[in-house]
Ligand binder design. Structure first.
Ligand SMILES: [Zn+2]
Ligand SMILES: [Zn+2]
Length: 137
């Protein structure tokens, strides 16, 4: 909900601007784990004055308050972003370079502590060939 988002931004001392809201809204509806460039290319249509730097800065800010996640699994060092949903894993297709969400119950992902180490974050992903690319052969 956009109201919850605005409340959360204000609570974290982040000024609510139309550009920032547009970036969040885009990610909220995005299923492709877009890169900053892709988000920028989409927003430039509605905000002709927006810069790639603004998009990057906003993404950094939103990641810091954990509203969005950064995904670094691309073979080409592209950083992808997604709205922070419930815990899930990712599948990276080496052929089409797409990132898919994987819902899998995983004991490791639920660990809060391991041999005395406190676990705050868990990252897991798979790499391979997606269903679509397999059938394209
Ligand atoms: Zn693929
Ligand atoms: Zn995801």
């Amino acid at each position: 909900m956009i109201n919850d988002i605005i409340i959360s931004l204000k609570k974290n001392g982040i000024k609510v601007t139309p550009q920032r809201l547009a970036i969040i809204k885009y990610l909220e509806n995005d299923k492709d784990h877009s890169s900053a460039e892709q988000i920028y290319n989409h927003l430039i249509k509605d905000f002709p004055t927006i810069s790639l730097a603004t998009v990057y800065n906003t993404l950094e800010m939103l990641e810091e308050i954990k509203m969005i996640n950064k995904i670094k699994i691309s073979d080409e060092n592209v950083v992808n972003y997604e709205y922070n949903k419930k815990m899930h894993h990712h599948f990276y297709c080496k052929k089409c370079k797409k990132i898919y969400d994987i819902e899998i119950s995983c004991k490791i992902a639920e660990l809060k502590e391991f041999k005395g180490y406190q676990i705050d974050e868990v990252y897991g992903y798979f790499k391979g060939i997606c269903k679509k690319c397999q059938s394209d052969n």
